[in-house]
Design a protein around this ligand. Structure first.
Ligand code: C2E
Ligand code: MG
Ligand code: MG
Ligand code: MG
Length: 290
């Protein structure tokens, strides 16, 4: 884009706002192209049991934008714009279908190899508040479940408390609806934001994900106390817990000692493209031709 000249490099307040708006609009146009041209791709980060044998239990699907000029763009670079422009609904529907499709195919291959249903990895999918609160959302979930044939019990939907802040009643209804089909529900980034305990009391979640900011600051005794309190709360409410952002062996060991059952993070496994991620669970002989 052309830079406006002739102002001696002085950008006034209103001009900079204008630039920001123009940038936002250009980005939204590019996102529209991206949807049409199918430029999005999913990475998968493994989620492990923190026990001795460190079993892989599932994957979190994480979107990436394969931008024609900029290369692979992480969600921080475009999800906010997609949310502001309402495009997140289309993108999110694609993510749900793509993740369920890929997982159903993986499960088929693993089952053909004799893996028991109880050992199949689950798929955890991030749902933006705007997408989750669409009146058609649960119908869309049901359609995707039917059309992909993925086992509902192995699908988890991750939402943040943002949904409950916008519309607690609708949130409860949608969570109950999807759970009635066997789908599991996770409260993502727990501990940031308001973390009102009434959400935990009133909303049917299966899993709580501890935000990685607490894991990152685990050297601080205060952070460890907060993590202990969250683990305690979760255990009393029968919620399973996943710690996010485990970057060191020490953090993993300490969390395990504290009784945290599951974790994900760069120390355990980075987000990988589909073939590389699923290779973690496929037998050697099955890895080619994904
Ligand atoms: P999130 O759902 O909390 O996902 C976890 C983020 O933490 C991912 O970033 C992941 O790559 C990163 N992460 C995992 N382990 C570590 C670690 O050890 N250290 C550090 N520093 N980071 C770690 P990513 O992929 O950039 O995604 C960022 C956020 O974008 C996600 O946070 C989620 O809120 C959103 N997002 C990602 N994919 C989707 C999607 O398909 N739909 C929607 N609506 N949002 C998505
Ligand atoms: Mg998440
Ligand atoms: Mg999270
Ligand atoms: Mg996060």
């Amino acid at each position: 884009e052309a830079k406006s000249g002739g102002h001696g490099g002085v950008v006034t307040f209103s001009e900079s706002l204008g630039n920001e708006r123009r940038y936002r609009m250009a980005l939204e146009n590019e996102l529209r192209d991206a949807i049409r041209e199918k430029q999005f791709t999913l990475f998968y980060q493994p989620i492990f049991a923190l026990g001795e044998d460190r079993q892989l239990r599932g994957f979190e699907a994480l979107i990436r934008w394969n931008h024609p000029r900029s290369g692979l763009v992480e969600p921080g670079g475009f999800i906010p714009a997609a949310e502001a422009g309402g495009l997140i609904v289309f993108i999110g529907d694609w993510v749900l279908r793509q993740a369920c499709n890929a997982t159903a195919r993986l499960h088929k291959r693993l089952t053909a190899r004799g893996l028991a249903a109880s050992k199949l990895p689950y798929i955890s999918i991030n749902i933006a508040p705007q997408q989750f609160l669409q009146p058609t959302f649960s119908a869309h979930v049901q359609r995707v479940l039917l059309e992909t044939g993925v086992l509902p019990e192995l699908v988890r939907l991750e939402v943040t408390e943002g949904v409950a802040i916008i519309d607690p009643d609708q949130t409860r209804q949608v969570l109950e609806q999807v759970r009635s089909w066997g789908v599991k529900t996770s409260l993502d980034d727990f501990g940031t934001g308001y973390s009102s305990l009434s959400y935990l009391q009133n909303l049917p979640f299966d899993t709580l994900k501890i935000d990685r900011s607490f894991i990152a600051s685990m050297d601080d005794p205060k952070s460890r106390k907060i993590i202990r309190a969250i683990l305690d709360l979760a255990s009393n409410l029968n919620l399973s817990v996943v710690a996010e952002g485990i970057e060191t062996m020490e953090q993993g060991a300490l969390l395990r000692e504290m009784g945290c059952a599951y974790g994900q993070g760069f120390h355990l496994g980075r987000p990988l493209d589909e073939a590389s991620a699923f290779a973690l669970v496929l037998p050697e002989s099955d890895r080619t031709g994904a």
